[in-house]
Write a protein that binds this ligand. Structure first.
Ligand code: FAD
Length: 465
């Protein structure tokens, strides 16, 4: 089988690259080892977790928000079997969507484990079928890291895929690793009625995020009864037959029924035949590429988690597009776009650009911040969810916006306005002087900008940041 472009991996990076290359006129094959397309994101990542996030939010709303608004739902409770059916249905619709897009764009989908035999051939299906190609795009993604902790091989220690496959809600869950994935699952399962304990080696939850935002999360988790142990390493896990005893810190223990191991993901570079293709890679950092996503072999490109710093679906989408455009004779770079950082906990968090600490590190005293609390926003108040705030961060020489952080309702949707503003190199005045529809949550960004400029109409002067 001969193709202009072969893509290895059918996740966000791979399926985007395949479709984009086909749009540009190439004959494209995409080799994917799973029976469904969509990769980690669609099958066992972004999509199923957020389906559960919706269930968790609906449950919370029925119990604690709707009654305030005058809607009484008798005895709201979780039907976990139905929640799982809903999750599976959402995933099916999305994986089917990718398959239909392949068909509509004339991309040939090939199922099987693919391995490079050389820089122009990928063999797949136990090595008895081969695809030859002129240009190749590697998009094999990443896998969850299993730390070397005695006892962690117990079947009660699961990764995110294992947790998503549960058919019973565990009574007690330990989450090992307080990063984004760990915090999202902690948030979901507490709403599902589980007793949740997070054990994190570092001194903060989600340490890469803005410190004010993660401290809000920590406070919210404390209010909800989620126990968080920071700066404590897990040293051993004992399977008692009916549960686990997790050892951490200096002789501390916690008992649970299930432990989620979410300590990070590593690029999937082993067993792909990268050596046979001559592609340079590092087992930890993944495949090295330039800004055009070109590897050490000029006609081979790499995109997504296998070659990425961010490990996000939307960075993978863009890298896939860029790889495909270069593979079909165009000259495009990913550049340095604003990358939104969505976190689907309750409260939601979303950031883009610099955190406040990064801005102060880079610009010293020439940084100003505006913080607008949702409690002063009519739409947030009427929806019964007014915890959190919007924060703008700008430098004071030209007023250029450096970053935005949002904590609270719909933060992950609202951040898009800030992404566009940062990509357009907007000033804080652009944010503050533009109009936002009223009454909306969208007004939060504008008013945070006004707070930064010390001229907010909606806050009394003493409350300005
Ligand atoms: P993948 O999605 O991993 O796809 C790689 C594909 O390659 C897979 O389908 C794999 O089967 C296939 N493959 C690998 N090797 C071979 C081979 N040799 N032959 C054939 N096929 C092969 N990101 C967000 O932006 N937002 C979120 O809300 C979010 N939530 C997440 C929640 C969880 C629980 C997890 C685990 C991840 C989440 N992510 C999220 C991250 C996101 O899923 C990844 O960044 C994204 O899937 C990376 O896309 P990719 O195409 O590089 O890799």
């Amino acid at each position: 089988m001969e193709f202009d472009v072969a893509v290895l991996g059918g996740g966000p990076a791979g399926y985007t690259a395949a479709i984009r290359a086909a749009q540009l006129g190439a004959r494209v094959a995409c080799i994917e080892k799973e029976s469904e397309l969509g990769g980690t994101c669609v099958r066992v990542g972004c999509i199923p977790t957020k389906a559960w996030v919706q269930t968790a939010h609906a449950l919370h709303a029925a119990r604690e928000i709707d009654p305030k608004l005058g809607v009484i739902v008798a005895d709201p409770r979780l039907d976990f079997a139905q929640a799982n059916e809903w999750k599976a249905g959402v995933v099916k619709q999305m994986t089917g969507g990718v398959a239909s897009l392949f068909k509509a764009n004339g991309v040939t989908a090939l199922e099987g484990v693919g391995t490079f035999e050389n820089a122009n051939t990928i063999v797949f299906e136990q090595g008895d079928l081969a695809v030859t190609f002129e240009q190749g795009i590697i998009a094999t993604g990443s896998y969850p890291i299993l730390p070397p902790i005695p006892g962690i091989e117990s079947p009660r220690c699961v990764d995110s895929t294992g947790l998503l496959a549960q058919t019973e809600v565990p009574e007690r869950l330990v989450v090992l690793g307080g990063g984004i994935i760990g915090c999202e699952f902690a948030s979901i399962f507490e709403r599902f009625g589980t007793e949740v304990t997070i054990v994190e080696m570092l001194d903060s939850l989600i340490p890469q995020e803005d410190a004010d935002a993660t401290s809000e999360l920590r406070k919210a988790f404390a209010r909800r009864g989620i126990v968080v142990h920071l700066g404590k390493q897990c040293t051993q896990v004992d399977d008692t037959g009916s549960g686990l005893v997790v050892h951490f810190g200096e002789g501390e223990t916690v008992e649970c029924d299930l432990m989620l191991v979410s300590v990070g993901r590593a690029p999937l570079v082993e067993g792909v035949g990268l050596e046979a293709a001559g592609v340079d890679f590092d087992p930890k950092a993944g495949i090295r590429t330039d800004g055009r996503r070109r590897t050490s072999v000029p006609h081979l490109y790499a995109a997504g988690d296998v070659a990425g710093y961010w490990q996000l679906a939307h960075t993978s989408f863009r890298e896939g597009e860029v790889a495909a455009e270069n593979a079909t004779g165009h000259e495009v770079e990913v550049g340095d776009p604003a990358v939104p950082r969505p976190i689907y906990t309750d409260p939601e968090i979303a950031g883009v650009g610099l955190t406040e600490a990064q801005a102060r590190e880079q610009h010293g005293d020439g940084v100003a911040v505006g913080r607008f609390p949702w409690v002063a926003n009519a739409r947030a108040v009427m929806s019964g969810e007014a915890n959190g705030w919007v924060k703008t961060i700008h430098e004071t020489t030209y007023g250029e916006l450096l970053g935005v952080v949002i904590v609270g309702p719909h933060a992950t949707d609202l951040i898009e306005a800030a992404v566009v503003a940062l990509d357009a190199e907007s000033t804080v005045e652009t944010i503050a002087d533009g109009m936002a529809a009223h009454p909306t949550l969208g007004e939060g960004l504008k008013i945070a900008g006004q707070v930064a400029l010390e001229r907010a109409i909606d806050l009394p002067p003493r409350r300005r940041a």
